[in-house]
Design a protein around this ligand. Structure first.
Ligand code: ADP
Length: 749
């Protein structure tokens, strides 16, 4: 080892001994006295060599307690590393000039044995000095060395006692800390021995469990647990001690502790095992209990709050489904019981019948106890029976609008139950009020916990949701009644319309048959060769035929109208060439136009070269109707102009005349059945059905009709129909017309 390191370590050991400058000790002094005696020397020292001095733990024959290290005799003994014997200092060049040799006290002899406690580092010497030269016997030197070993032993003892001191201080500190932790902890701590007996228990645990210390010390810890847990606990301890299986030791878990009053307390228990005690036993177990009541309570409150929220959420979002299935009230009743931990619940609505409020029960827990009461319950539930008594526990709520809270029903004056009725312990009745009006009420009974005002406050969102739902329920009921009424009215109107259509249809048919016969016979008479008619007879027959024809037209149109109204007009739409239809219609009507002195003209058939999606027969009917009106309601030398134009996916056809026109105030009646306008057409033949039919037919083919007119100057009737090629609907298509209409509206500007 390096010299510096050696010296440092040596000094460290010496200082760690904490022996320098300590008072004299008899154990050392006895040894130095013995040395003086055995070696017959005047001076004996236990010298410890410090950094700059040598200090004497024990001294015989010397007054000073320390001398400088420099030049000291002991220093040489340490360098020597073993017994240094200087029999005559004056003859030893190391010491001959030493001031203590030359001068007083004239030391002439030195023998020193180095001292060490670890066998390596030399801390000082046990040395003897004499004022005359000496020659020690071997035995004396042996004594000196043996006694030096004893001094070393004393130094070691000193070191050990120091260590012991330190250790005892440490353990006192540990004990104090343990005490502080054990008794001052904000958790329950219970120490038990290996057989489960309580050895120690802190104040927190005692307070948590409601015991005094002397009641539980020495008794088995299982008395602090509910029986089901105690059973497992003993087994777990046993298993741990037998095979080290750790079901509880070293693990924290949530368990229940048992209060002295029998109440169960949720706790977190962490058990640790101190394996051996001083008596060599199997050690102790320490259990740390943290009270989870508050956490438990908070979690419980949170859970309840979530439950309430989900009830409200479901009630409000699903109310339609709940109402339509008529399960809303049962759902609310169930929720109410769950939320309040009550055995029974009812929800009812206040009706105002016979001038006083009455409660209609919507949902009710079963309280029946025999067949009769069962019948009563189902009567109440079905709404077949209303509750009216204003003085009953329910009446005070739904009539008086009071909240009734009673936790001791037995002593309540209004509480009377028929024999056999399940007992009711506590009761809470809450009115459901909206803007001062009691809409209904709910009541709960028999909860494990007593009812409190705070519960009523907590349930406020539930109560106001009930109010909202009752109002919605009423609105929906009203609307359902209204819809039902509408449906009935519609059915009646439809039945009436059907009857009318059937009547018209039957009548038209009945009329047409004899009329055809009349017309046939009139024509026969006109053409008879055998009995030629005279002039008067021919005019009469012509009149019969003309009137008959008019009647037949009227009947045909009425029949068509009846069919349309009865939804029995069958259309066979197909791709139709408009030019062809226009040509045909013009050909048919040209003679009539001549008769009326009216010119029928169009811009050229090439303008009509489009394909339409329509029923050709009905479209022909439309064209003839509009053209014949334009001829009929024209003026002499007037004209009728027919045009067509393709717009988007539609064709726009217009029939313009130069006739009498239509007054603005007459427009609304134009498309009404049997309405013929007064203005100047009294003499013009017509039925007043043609335009109605035209519009119906066009609309059924997905088209539209419109009119503009300038009275005295003429009118323009137009219609739009979807183009065949843009629609690509097969001719056999039986799609509802609305689809096609939609397409026409989409594609027509
Ligand atoms: P009808 O021509 O058989 O009387 P319509 O239903 O075809 O029945 O027409 C209803 C009424 O509308 C007609 O009576 C007539 O007063 C008026 N009207 C129809 N077309 C024209 C027209 N082009 N110009 C003037 N009035 C018309």
């Amino acid at each position: 080892m390096h010299d510096m390191d050696y010296e440092q370590e040596r000094l460290r050991q010496l200082h760690d001994l904490q022996i320098l400058d300590t008072p004299a000790e008899a154990s050392f002094d006895r040894l130095t006295a013995l040395v003086a005696d055995l070696l017959e020397v005047p001076i004996v020292l236990v010298s410890l060599v410090d950094q700059d001095r040598q200090w004497f733990k024990s001294r015989v024959g010397l007054a000073v307690s320390q001398t400088p290290r420099r030049g000291s005799f002991c220093q040489y003994a340490l360098i020597e590393g073993r017994l240094l014997l200087v029999e005559d200092t004056q003859r030893d060049p190391r010491f001959a000039n030493h001031p203590l040799v030359n001068g007083a006290p004239h030391l002439r002899c030195y023998a020193g044995v180095p001292l060490s406690i670890d066998g390596t580092h030399l801390l000082g010497t046990l040395c003897v000095l004499d004022l005359k030269p000496r020659r020690f016997t071997a035995r004396q030197l042996e004594h000196l060395q043996t006694l030096a070993l004893q001094v070393e032993e004393l130094l070691r003892l000193h070191a050990r006692s120091l260590e012991l001191d330190r250790e005892s201080r440490r353990s006192r500190k540990r004990a104090a800390r343990y005490e502080a932790i054990f008794h001052g902890a904000a958790a329950g701590i219970v120490r038990i021995d290996s057989s489960g007996r309580i050895v120690e228990i802190n104040d927190f645990a005692l307070q948590l469990l409601g015991y005094h210390r002397e009641e539980v010390l020495g008794s088995n810890v299982s008395r602090l647990m509910p029986s089901h847990w105690a059973r497992f606990h003993d087994r777990y301890l046993k298993n741990h001690l037998e095979d080290g299986s750790d079901q509880i030791v070293g693990k924290g878990r949530r368990v229940e502790a048992l209060h002295r009053n029998g109440q169960r307390i949720p706790v977190h228990l962490a058990v640790s095992h101190a394996p051996y005690d001083e008596q060599g036993g199997r050690g102790d177990f320490i259990g740390i209990l943290s009270d989870l009541s508050e956490i438990h309570e908070t979690a419980h409150r949170l859970h309840k709050q979530q439950q309430l929220l989900s009830v409200l959420h479901r009630g409000l979002t699903d109310y339609r489904a709940l109402l339509s299935g008529n399960t809303l009230w049962t759902f609310l009743k169930h929720a109410l019981r769950e939320l309040t931990g009550s055995d029974y619940a009812l929800i009812g609505e206040v009706l105002h019948t016979e001038g006083s409020p009455a409660l209609k029960i919507h949902a009710l827990s079963d309280l029946s106890w025999n067949a009769e009461s069962q019948q009563l319950m189902s009567q109440l539930r079905s709404g077949g029976m209303l509750l009216r008594n204003p003085d009953s526990l329910l009446g005070q709520v739904f009539v008086g609008g009071q909240t009734i809270l009673c936790n001791d029903l037995a002593s309540h004056p209004q509480h009377r139950l028929p024999p056999g009725h399940p007992p009711l312990r506590n009761y809470l009745g809450v009115p459901i009020v909206d803007q001062g009006e009691v809409l209904g009420m709910f009541a709960i009974a028999n909860s494990a916990e007593p009812y409190r005002e705070a519960l009523v406050t907590w349930l406020e969102p539930f109560t106001s949701t009930c109010a909202l739902l009752i109002k919605l329920y009423r609105q929906l009921k009203e609307r359902a009644a209204f819809t039902e009424q509408l449906r009935q009215t519609r059915d009646e109107a439809e039945a009436a319309s059907r009857a009318k259509s059937e009547f018209l249809s039957a009548m038209s048919h009945e009329l047409r048959t004899p009329l055809n016969a009349i017309l046939g016979f009139a024509q026969l008479l006109q053409c008879s060769q055998r009995h030629p008619l005279d002039e008067r007879q021919r005019r009469q027959i012509e009149q019969i035929e003309k009137s008959g024809q008019h009647l037949l037209n009227l009947i045909n149109e009425v029949l068509d109208l009846a069919r349309i109204e009865a939804g029995k007009l069958n259309l066979n739409p197909e791709a139709v060439n408009l030019a062809e239809l226009v040509r045909e219609a013009c050909e048919t009507l040209t003679p009539i136009a001549h008769q009326h002195g009216v010119t029928l003209q169009h811009t050229g058939l090439e303008h009509f070269a489009v394909t339409l999606w329509a029923d050709p027969t009905r479209l022909r009917q439309v064209l003839i109707n509009l053209l014949s009106n334009a001829i009929k309601y024209n003026r002499p030398q007037g004209s009728v102009q027919i045009d067509a134009q393709q717009l988007g996916g539609c064709v726009h056809v217009s029939v313009r005349d130069t006739g009498i026109g239509i007054a603005a105030e007459d427009m609304p009646r134009l498309f009404q059945p049997f309405s013929r306008l007064e203005t100047g057409n009294a003499a013009i033949e017509g039925t007043g059905v043609g335009l109605v039919l035209t519009r119906q037919i066009l609309e059924q083919m997905g088209g539209r009709i419109g009119v503009t007119s300038r009275p005295g100057l003429g009118s323009e009737f137009w219609f739009k129909l979807p183009l065949g090629d843009t629609l690509r609907i097969p001719s056999s298509c039986t799609q509802p017309l609305c689809t096609r209409q939609a397409r026409c509206k989409e594609s027509c500007p």
